[in-house]
Design a binder for this molecule. Sequence first.
Ligand code: NAG
Ligand code: NAG
Ligand code: NAG
Ligand code: NAG
Ligand code: NAG
Ligand code: NAG
Ligand code: NAG
Ligand code: NAG
Ligand code: NAG
Ligand code: NAG
Ligand code: NAG
Length: 713
Amino acid sequence: MSLQVWFFMFLLSQILTGVDLQDSKPDCKTKCGEIDILYPFGIDNLSCAMNDSFIVECLMKNTSTSFKPYLKDQEIVKIDFPKGEIIQTAEISSKCATERNGTKVIVSKDISVIDWSGTPFTFSSRNKLTATGCATMVFKENNNSSSEPRVGCSSMCRNLADIRNETCSGIGCCETSINKGLKILNVSINTYYGIFGVEDINPCSRAFLVEENTFNFNTSFIKSNASMPMKVQTVLNFAVDESCGPNSSQKESSTGVGNLCSCDKGYDGNPYSELGCTDIDECKGENNPCSKDCINKPGGYECTDKSRELIVILSVLSGVIFFLLFSGSIFYFYKKSKKIQKMKFRRNNFIENRILLQQTSISSHEDTIEKTKIFTLKELKKATNKFDEARIIGEGGHGTVYKGLLLDQRVVAIKMSKVNTQTEKEEYITEAALLSRTYHKNVVKLFGCCLESAVPSLVYEYIANGTLFDHLHSPDHSYSLCWDDRLRIATEVASAIVYILSASFNTIFHRDLKSANILLDEKLTAKLSDFGASKSISSGQTHITATVQGTIGYLDPEYYQSGKLTEKSDVYSFGVILLELLTGKKPIQKDTSGEEGNIIMHFIKLLQKNRVDLIFDRSIVEESSREELGVVAKLAGDCLKLRGEERPTMKEVEFTLEGIRRSKMKHKGKINQNEKLKLISNEITMVEFSQTASSSTTNNSQGAFEELQGFLR
Ligand SMILES: *[C@@H]1O[C@H](CO)[C@@H](O)[C@H](O)[C@H]1NC(C)=O
Ligand SMILES: *[C@@H]1O[C@H](CO)[C@@H](O)[C@H](O)[C@H]1NC(C)=O
Ligand SMILES: *[C@@H]1O[C@H](CO)[C@@H](O)[C@H](O)[C@H]1NC(C)=O
Ligand SMILES: *[C@@H]1O[C@H](CO)[C@@H](O)[C@H](O)[C@H]1NC(C)=O
Ligand SMILES: *[C@@H]1O[C@H](CO)[C@@H](O)[C@H](O)[C@H]1NC(C)=O
Ligand SMILES: *[C@@H]1O[C@H](CO)[C@@H](O)[C@H](O)[C@H]1NC(C)=O
Ligand SMILES: *[C@@H]1O[C@H](CO)[C@@H](O)[C@H](O)[C@H]1NC(C)=O
Ligand SMILES: *[C@@H]1O[C@H](CO)[C@@H](O)[C@H](O)[C@H]1NC(C)=O
Ligand SMILES: *[C@@H]1O[C@H](CO)[C@@H](O)[C@H](O)[C@H]1NC(C)=O
Ligand SMILES: *[C@@H]1O[C@H](CO)[C@@H](O)[C@H](O)[C@H]1NC(C)=O
Ligand SMILES: *[C@@H]1O[C@H](CO)[C@@H](O)[C@H](O)[C@H]1NC(C)=O
């Protein structure tokens, strides 16, 4: 090979490795042994380094055969300029138990404290404080132990078999991380030699600061009694306070404290040196990024290949147009499919709900569906002005009730579900199926339903005057119900319950009787509502086992315990409503001390003591007779009996109430002759009833009732 070729290859290697001889000051050495020592470091000479902290000694020590760089007497293995790291060898401290003149003594070989304060160096957080031994605790002492916690770890083992090589997790070996910015290293080892006899298997405990993932633990660290023939590596960070050279910028060190310098994009060289970084000529060599003409620019380059540029622009442009068209059409089809999906969804809901409704009603009237008007979602939308929030008249956990105006000028209440669950669906269907064949002046009328939503929406007659609950418990006492109205409402509700219990079709248990489910119209006529929880059973059955459902305060305790739902559960709830009417109080309410009290218990106690008058609503005491209130209170007490069988039937309850009302009217002289007959018979039964009501009613008296009622109808 000729000399020219050698020279060319030398040049090429210089270019490829990128080592610029200008990286350090002129006349300064840049290599010690195999290791590059570049500015801000300088070899043996202050004028080559940034300041005296950065002076590196280049020595050939006794045991070595070559020159090696040293910083503070520790050998430098590598300097990583971009990361701002110096890798140094580090000492291992040890504490060994040795025998001298027949007695065991502990010999310590501690790392002399390494103190980098006043220098630009810190121990990197990439180091781990590591200890080996079988009864060893190691600590890094802090300068100010009162303000910083001591960092350390402990390593224990009973025998060598427990130890797993290369695993440093507390058995034979432990490690702990250190915070970045550490300047002073002062390690202390505590051993427990002589306590467990561990020195027989582990004569030496050791500790050192080592770069993470460079130390492989094995049992020779435990077994050996001599100094280990190895050195570990520690990472130091360096940083500069001064500004970086031209065409470079500072960035914060990630593992140490302080700033590093790095060349700007498109520049290369030593960012610390005064000469700074120089522009990279991207167009030079075979890495030319352009296909034709390349012009190097400061920090970058430019291709002047016109036709290529044009192609690039055109392809980008057509790409953009294609993308717009594509996404436009996707959007269009998406919208369209959304619409179709919506329609499909509604249709499926409709079919599914219709089938459910049919199944729910099939046992009795097959014409339910024909009788139930089916509203479209569109009609409901129109009626509620697109479900305007201003039209909301009630909102509960399950549904929202809107006031709506149908095209035929009927005012309606529309109940829509908020949640889409199977139970919810069943409740709405039950209610629709039930109400569509119920015609009673004290049961809210269902005009129809809409089957297009997942849970059907129900359309009722609009009842203008709120609920009984509102009237009894309005916080500002804006409503007041007189006793006559209360008695009438109770009677109306009772007759509604009797009707749904015993109309020609299946027996139905309401299951959620409460004052909040009793609506009042302009004339304060009661309308029983909310049949979502209702259960229907065929005529032969007397009870059904059902999951316990209802409202606390109104829930029959027997049903609550046994899950057995009978007519008497509704009787209990009705008793609670009677109690509300008598006392004007909620079944469960806070007393003056703020504690929640159950008014039912209170009432029962007073009833037993014959002092029930203490609990009556003041406003009704004046306008009614004591006896009358007493009878109603007794009736309520009977309804609230713990054992269902001891409670009266709903028919008996209705009868008693009806009787009281009629006898009242008689006293007022407002009855006609025709009603007189009913009244007399009612009074007879009432007397009989109050005698027998507390014990269980016999079949005989039950039969007498039915007979009598049949006569009266
Ligand atoms: C240190 O380097 C400078 C040049 O940068 C040189 O003039 C001087 O002689 C050197 N000193 C020693 C002791 O080598
Ligand atoms: C080299 O070893 C000799 C003795 O073997 C000793 O006197 C001398 O100080 C050592 N030099 C260094 C630099 O350690
Ligand atoms: C280390 O143990 C070896 C035997 O295993 C023994 O010969 C030597 O004296 C011990 N060294 C010390 C310092 O205890
Ligand atoms: C060992 O004991 C002898 C005599 O008692 C003494 O002279 C010597 O200094 C002792 N050696 C050590 C290392 O303690
Ligand atoms: C540690 O404390 C000593 C004296 O208490 C003080 O001289 C030294 O500067 C402190 N070093 C650091 C890093 O706080
Ligand atoms: C040491 O801690 C004390 C109390 O936390 C604090 O007042 C003092 O400045 C600290 N000294 C050093 C050197 O960190
Ligand atoms: C190192 O730690 C020890 C306590 O373990 C303490 O006595 C000593 O003063 C510390 N050295 C330095 C230089 O902080
Ligand atoms: C661990 O390494 C030692 C050698 O250092 C070897 O003798 C021992 O069998 C190894 N133990 C296991 C569990 O691999
Ligand atoms: C155990 O580790 C030390 C230090 O890394 C090494 O010198 C020695 O060869 C290892 N022993 C085995 C058996 O691997
Ligand atoms: C040397 O320069 C570094 C970085 O600019 C600075 O942190 C350090 O304090 C300086 N050391 C001396 C002794 O001036
Ligand atoms: C920074 O780079 C630009 C472009 O290479 C060059 O013109 C300028 O002289 C550089 N600055 C310094 C201070 O070297």
